[in-house]
Design a protein around this ligand. Structure first.
Ligand code: PAF
Length: 279
C-alpha cells in the first residue's frame, strides 16, 4: 500500500494511472474500526483502486476538547487498511489541507439545520469543506460513507449532486458491536462500567419499531428520552423520528413510509449518536 502525505505525490500517482482507473474513496479521521473497514472492503470489491484518507479535520469540530481528545493511531490504521486491500492512503497535515484561511460557506437548507446540525453549529460546513477538497484531490468515481452518520451521508449526497455529479456516493450499513452499540472511534473513551449501558440506545431504537402501532412519533421520542435519562445518560440531546429521505421530523406515521429514528446522547462524557430505519 502506498502512503502519500502531500497532494503533489498523490496527484503524480493518480495522473500516472492508465487503463481501468476506477477509483473508490473512503475518507476517514483515522482510529479505524470494523465500520471503516467495511467501507474499504466495499470499495475493494467495486473498484480497481481503493484510496483511503486519514485526516482529523479541525474545521468540523465545534468543540475544542472533542478535537483534542480525538483518538489517533496511525501505525495501526495503516496496518488495518493494508490488510483490507486498500491501495493508497492519503495522510495530509493540516497545513497541506488548509494552507490559507478557510472561508468557504456551505449551506444545506432542511438537511443541516436539524439534529446534528442544530446541536453542532458549523459542523456540516466543516465536513462539506473537507470532503469537497478531498474529492478534488483524490478524484474518485465512487465514495463510501457509513450510515451511522446518516445525516452526513445525506449532506454529502447533496454536495455531490450540486458539485461532483461524476462521483457516486454509496451509503454502507452501520457495523455494530455484539450487544448492538454502533462502532465509533469515540467508544474507547467509555469506562468499562458505562460501556455496559451504552447498548441502551440500540435496544430502545429496536423497541421503537414495536411501539409504532400504538404510539405516535412524538410519544416514542418522549418515552425514549426518559428511558435514556433513567439509564444514566447524562444528557439526551435529541431523539428524533424523521423522514429518511428529507430528514423532516415526523408528526404522523402516515407522513412517510421511510421513517428513521435518530439519537444523540451523552454517556460518561462521551457523545454517542446512532440511527435506524423503522420498518
Ligand atoms: O465521518 C468522518 O469520519 C468525517 O466526518 C469525514 C467524512 C472523514 C470528513 O472529515
Amino acid at each position: 500500500m502506498l502512503v502519500f502525505r502531500s497532494i503533489h505525490e498523490y496527484s503524480e500517482w493518480r495522473n500516472g494511472l492508465s487503463g481501468d482507473v476506477s477509483t473508490g474513496f473512503v475518507p476517514t479521521m483515522g482510529f479505524l474500526h470494523a465500520g471503516h473497514i467495511s467501507l474499504v472492503k466495499a470499495s475493494v470489491k467495486d473498484c480497481k483502486y481503493t484510496v483511503a484518507s486519514i485526516f482529523v479535520n479541525p474545521v468540523q469540530f465545534n468543540n475544542k476538547e472533542d478535537l483534542d481528545k480525538y483518538p489517533r493511531d496511525e501505525a495501526n490504521d495503516i496496518e488495518l487498511l493494508e490488510k483490507a486491500g486498500c491501495d493508497v492512503v492519503f495522510i495530509p497535515s493540516v497545513e497541506e489541507m488548509y494552507p490559507d484561511e478557510v472561508n468557504e460557506k456551505y449551506e444545506f437548507p432542511g438537511l443541516d439545520d436539524v439534529m446534528e446540525g442544530a446541536f453542532r453549529p458549523g459542523h456540516f460546513n466543516g465536513v462539506a469543506i473537507v470532503v469537497s477538497r478531498l474529492f478534488r484531490i483524490i478524484r474518485p468515481d465512487v465514495s463510501y460513507f457509513g450510515k451511522k452518520d446518516y445525516q452526513q451521508y445525506m449532506i454529502v449526497k447533496e454536495l455531490a449532486r450540486r458539485e461532483f455529479s461524476e462521483i457516486n456516493i454509496i451509503g454502507i450499513e452501520t457495523v455494530r458491536e455484539e450487544d448492538g452499540l454502533a462502532m465509533s472511534s469515540r467508544n474507547v473513551r467509555l469506562s468499562e462500567e458505562k460501556r455496559e449501558d451504552a447498548d441502551m440506545i440500540f435496544q430502545l431504537m429496536k423497541r421503537a419499531n414495536n411501539l409504532k402501532v400504538d404510539f405516535s412519533p412524538k410519544e416514542i421520542e418522549a418515552h425514549m428520552t426518559t428511558m435514556l435519562s433513567n439509564a444514566g445518560f447524562e444528557k439526551v440531546e435529541y431523539v428524533c423520528i424523521a423522514n429518511g429521505d428529507t430528514l423532516k421530523p415526523l408528526k404522523n406515521w402516515s407522513d412517510t413510509d421511510h421513517a428513521r429514528i435518530f439519537v444523540a446522547a451523552w454517556l460518561d462524557n462521551v457523545r454517542l449518536i446512532d440511527n435506524m430505519e423503522l420498518i
